[in-house]
Design a protein around this ligand. Structure first.
Ligand code: DQA
Length: 147
């Protein structure tokens, strides 16, 4: 099995960015924990963080045929990007949408996601534990693609 983790814009600032909302754990720490979790389950793991929508699109396209599940925190692109939605649908890879904060307890513009109705699951408000929960779920329930 293989999992691709994608973190969108500003998530490189994790740990120092609005710590009251996003906590004090850094992105490298999140990625290291995710890598370890996958290794223990014999799952192939890859990660991309990008502040550029096009780079995220290219990464999703390249995942086609190579990845069984995508776990994505699209950051602010959640609320703006029809293109990321279309890319995820285009490659037909099941995905879990993760948000560190409870977006529904925040500004109204964060309540709408262009991805949620197509996601296998949406996790928000669990802090960085959301990534761990998503990987656990994917490892148990998402089937490897038959080639
Ligand atoms: C976020 C929530 C988004 O609204 C915000 O733009 C982010 C992070 C979260 O993880 O809580 O960048 O996706």
């Amino acid at each position: 099995k293989s999992i691709l983790l994608i973190n969108g814009p500003n998530l490189n600032l994790l740990g120092t960015r609005e710590p009251a909302t996003y906590g004090s754990t850094t992105l490298p720490q999140v990625v290291e924990a995710a890598q370890k979790q996958c290794t223990e389950k014999s799952i192939t793991f890859a990660h991309l963080q990008s502040n550029h929508e096009g780079v995220i699109l290219d990464c999703i396209h390249e995942a086609r045929g190579n990845v069984d599940a995508i776990i994505i925190n699209p950051g602010a692109f959640t609320h703006t990007s029809v293109a990321i939605r279309d890319a995820l649908l285009g490659v037909d890879i099941p995905f879990v949408e993760v948000h560190i904060s409870n977006v529904h307890a925040r500004e109204t513009f964060r309540h709408h996601s262009y991805l949620s109705d197509k996601a296998v699951a949406v996790i928000c408000g669990l802090g960085i534990y959301g990534y761990e929960a998503a990987i656990e779920y994917a490892s148990r329930h998402i089937k490897p693609k038959e080639n």
